[in-house]
Design a protein around this ligand. Structure first.
Ligand SMILES: Nc1ncnc2c1ncn2[C@@H]1O[C@H](COP(=O)(O)OP(=O)(O)OP(=O)(O)O)[C@@H](O)[C@H]1O
Length: 629
């Protein structure tokens, strides 16, 4: 840990203020790192290997802000992803964390790294304070609520967000959103922080302020690594270590202050009044006629001359904008003293995440808050069901009790199943891929485990869909004058709700396994395919090769149950207002529709077991996607 840091920590601990300091420093080294991706090539009509990283080496130290720079496509994000353990596909080489070596293809154990991705993974309907306090509740199980509150305010003040506590995240500026993303991860004081393009989309003032902040965090003993596309001179001044990539190879790796002498050692002179980072970028982009490999080797061999008296600049963590200079020897002594006291005072494991039950409770509360802020979505959904119920009720008014309009009622029943299947399925099929992005970030940064997350999502979505279905059924069933005998009406209602929840389970599976662009057509195509069985196509007319689809179709099972609940169970003759009604006896209709002998129990079992199966498959697919690196 950087000297001086412990001083600040001990002061905080003695004052019973939770220290905003990392517990262990992380020294990250990587050797001969390569990344090769196999991809389909249309030109070669086969697979082609793309070498993204070509044996890069480097070392990132605690207390330093390292910028990974390079032209677009140089491999910055790929390197960051591999170092963080976020994606390790095609990666080879050695990653050494505090002396412990591991293979780059394994994602485990990167010194408790936290990764802040380019897109802001924020819950936009929560306020800044709510986002922070809920994250603190998830991450800091051993803190009392008072300690958590203090910690939240401490981090918010450190990141200059104190004035925005009651602002809803969606109303924050780009820079504030980026700082909040950092604040959320700082709650657990990570020792190793990765940020992908943190300044992208920010103006120069916001970028400079964010980089100052990251530099301050690094001074607190953290290892902070950020990819930065092209830093301005002001931002470049705040960077400690520069790691320059050019076409997947290391062009320069070393301190910012040594950059100019190192370049000069390779006969590369930065023009006067030229931003050194711009010059470096121009070189790496091949804008000068320079042998980059030869220059990189010369710069690698360059050894800076050390000055006799070395001192370090260490801004105090709580006032990071006012650096103070400490003598190295003195600070070392203080550090040792402070470290002992720190260990003594802060011996409990402060960054233990909460247990599964508490996680479930917190996530449920978070979903409840987000839903109340965004209740219009729920209202629209219920309103849409009510409007359709009124339209169907008007179009098929009284068809349920009349023998001459049995076919009309049959179409109403089919239309009802189509409606609840599509609304149940599509609402989650389309929204879940968007949710996946945030889930990936939060799960990777160890906010919670998968079980509590899924439970909390279902606990909100299931009642929503049930309320929507019930409002549709009650209104339309009554308007169409279908039998109101309690057993029939209850079976019909339960069938419609269960089929809709089954479709929703399918929606979760499709949404969690396919990108939105594919999900938008796979969802309707599958619903359409399953819906022809039973209504448009009786089993006896189905070719043998496709009969299995008839048997596994939850839509067919739900539809058969719905028709049976209305016309089955020995329903007596219906009223006929015409001279002749072919279906005056409901059993005649069931026989002609090939539904006279359906097994109610096995159809209920099919709908329920498909629902459970799809949820199990969704959990498995999610677990695989979240843990596959
Ligand atoms: N999974 C992948 N499959 C195929 N190519 C990939 C994959 N990931 C990255 N690449 C390619 O590797 C190269 C480096 O990508 P990377 O995102 O790391 O670059 P970058 O330096 O971060 O670029 P930028 O600054 O534009 O974000 C690019 O050409 C990219 O298209």
């Amino acid at each position: 840990m950087t000297p001086g840091v412990e001083d600040s920590c001990v002061t905080h601990c003695n004052n019973n203020i939770v220290p905003l300091l990392p517990r262990n420093s992380v020294h990250l080294e990587f050797k001969n790192l390569t990344c090769t991706i196999s991809m389909i090539s249309m030109q070669k009509m086969g697979f082609e290997k793309k070498h993204i990283l070509k044996g890069v080496n480097g070392c990132f130290k605690p207390g330093e802000l390292t910028a990974i720079m390079g032209p677009s496509g140089a491999g910055k994000t790929t390197l960051l992803n591999i170092l963080a353990g976020y994606t390790t596909q095609g990666a080879h080489g050695e990653i050494i964390v505090n002396g412990t070596s591991s293979c780059a293809s394994k994602s485990a154990g990167r010194g408790g790294a936290r990764y802040i991705r380019q897109q802001d993974d924020l819950r936009l309907h929560l306020t800044v304070y709510e986002s922070m306090s809920l994250a603190a509740a998830l991450k800091l199980a051993d803190f009392s609520s008072h300690e958590r509150k203090e910690k939240v305010y401490e981090v918010l003040s450190l990141l200059g967000l104190s004035a925005t506590t009651q602002t809803v995240c969606r109303d924050l500026s780009g820079g504030q959103k980026r700082r909040l993303a950092v604040a959320l991860e700082l709650l657990s004081d990570p020792s190793l922080l990765f940020l992908d393009e943190p300044t992208t989309g920010l103006d120069s003032a916001a970028s400079a302020s964010l980089i100052t902040l990251l530099s301050g965090l690094a001074r607190g003993g953290r290892t902070v690594v950020a990819t930065i596309h092209q830093p301005s001179a002001l931002i470049f001044e705040k960077i400690d270590t520069v790691y320059m990539l050019s076409a997947g190879k290391t062009f320069y790796s070393g301190s910012r202050s040594n950059l100019i002498p190192a370049l000069e050692s390779a006969d590369l002179r930065c023009p006067p009044y030229h931003n050194p980072s711009d010059f470096l970028m121009e070189l790496a982009s091949g804008e000068y006629d320079v042998d980059l490999e030869k220059a990189a080797k010369t710069m690698e061999r360059f050894k800076p001359e050390l000055t006799a008296t070395q001192s370090v600049e260490i801004p105090v963590i709580s006032t990071i904008h006012t650096p103070i200079t400490l003598d190295t020897k003195k600070s070392k002594e203080k550090s040792l003293k402070g470290n002992a006291k720190y260990q003594q005072n802060c011996s409990k494991n402060m960054y233990r995440p909460s247990g599964p039950f508490r996680q479930t409770w917190i996530l449920l509360y978070r979903n409840y808050l987000m839903t109340t802020r965004n209740y219009s979505l729920f209202m629209y959904r219920v309103a849409a069901h009510v409007v359709i119920a009124l339209i169907f009720g008007y179009l098929y008014l009284g068809v349920g009790s009349e023998a001459s309009s049995v076919l009309g009622n049959y179409v109403y029943l089919y239309g009802s199943m189509l409606l609840v299947v599509y609304t149940g399925k599509m609402s989650v099929t389309l929204s879940f891929p968007l949710e996946m992005a945030i889930l990936k970030g939060e799960y990777f940064n160890r906010w919670y485990s998968l079980g509590p997350y899924i439970f909390s999502i279902l606990a909100v979505e299931l009642p929503f869909q049930m309320i929507s279905c019930v409002s549709y059924v009650v209104l339309s069933y009554w308007l169409t004058d279908n039998p109101l005998e309690p057993n029939r009406a209850t079976l019909f209602l339960a069938t419609v709700v269960a089929t809709s929840l089954c479709a929703q389970a399918w929606g979760y599976f499709i949404g969690s396994t396919t990108p939105t662009k594919i999900a938008v057509f796979i969802g309707p195509v599958l619903a359409c395919l399953f819906s022809i069985f039973g209504f448009c196509l009786a089993l006896r007319d189905t070719p043998y090769a496709f009969r299995w689809l008839h048997h596994i179709s939850y839509f067919r099972a739900g539809f058969h149950l719905a028709v049976h609940s209305v016309y089955g169970f020995n329903r007596t003759k219906m009223h006929c207002s015409k001279i002749y009604c072919h279906y005056i006896t409901p059993s005649t209709f069931l026989k002609e529709m090939d539904m006279a002998d359906i097994d109610v129990g096995s159809n209920i079992a099919l709908v329920l077991s498909t629902t459970v199966l799809m949820h199990v498959l969704t959990c498995t697919a999610l677990w695989y996607r979240l843990n596959k690196r």
